[in-house]
Design a protein around this ligand. Structure first.
Ligand code: SAM
Length: 221
């Protein structure tokens, strides 16, 4: 993969908007150099579909020793996440309007992530849309192959969903990857002081509707 060397003397060239926390996806597409994006060499955790950023901003505040990268393909959601991180004055959180497929498919260097979080991915409840599920029967094997490339040995993948039908598919699809093994949930030790607290904005909404939380963690072998 071709790696672009970002010039620290020109940090503005990395930015996608007038926000200091939003990275231009064109920069990402040329090969990500995490240390240069963040300006610090720390472990990196990626959240795919970070939505309005409740999880990522809270995790970044609780763990300044980790660099947190959130992506979402919805500008409206991402804007809210960035505003939240700016308000919290976080220096270890960055965002980009990007698609998971592009990042996982090549922009992220091999073994460069400590963890990937996929919290409440779109469940695509209609049968004819199941093929769009990131961790569904059609696309899940490829997604897991990409995740095993980018997550370092000993790192982890965490997934949450409120959709029981999707949860029944996510479990076996991820278990089928020879590179991952099931592990205890990491959240109670890392982010949440109260395990009953909602992890994300969507979870907060789903709780009020009485929907369940299916939470999985896999450890990269
Ligand atoms: C159901 S929402 C959950 C948002 C957030 N994780 C939460 O729990 O509050 C799913 C999010 O994933 C984003 N998304 C869906 N497919 C994506 C993709 N292929 N790449 C990046 N983001 C994606 C959507 O824009 C949306 O914000």
């Amino acid at each position: 993969m071709r790696i672009r060397i970002h010039r620290p003397s020109d940090p503005e060239s990395l930015r996608a908007s007038d926000s200091p926390l939003e990275i231009d996806r064109e920069i990402l597409s040329q090969g990500i150099v995490w240390g240069e994006l963040f300006g610090t060499e720390q472990p990196v955790e990626l959240e795919i579909g970070c939505g309005k950023g409740l999880f990522l901003t809270r995790a970044a505040a609780a763990h300044p020793e980790v660099n947190w990268f959130g992506i979402d393909h919805s500008s409206a959601h991402l804007r809210r996440a960035i505003d939240r991180a700016l308000k919290a004055r976080l220096s270890n959180a960055l965002f980009s309007k990007a698609r998971a497929e592009d990042l996982l498919g090549g922009w992220i260097p091999e073994g460069s992530l400590r963890a990937v979080h996929i919290l409440y991915p779109d469940p695509w409840p209609k049968k004819r849309h199941h093929k769009r599920r990131l961790l569904g029967l059609e696309r899940g094997t490829e997604t897991m192959r990409h995740l095993s490339r980018v997550i370092q040995p000993g790192g982890w993948l965490s997934v949450a969903t409120d959709h029981s039908g999707y949860a029944e598919v996510i479990g076996p699809v991820c278990d089928a990857s020879p590179d991952f093994e099931r592990s205890e949930s990491i959240y109670s030790q890392t982010v949440l002081t109260d395990p009953e607290e909602p992890l994300t904005e969507f979870e907060r909404k789903y709780r009020l509707e009485g929907r369940p939380r299916h939470l999985f963690t896999w450890r990269r072998r």
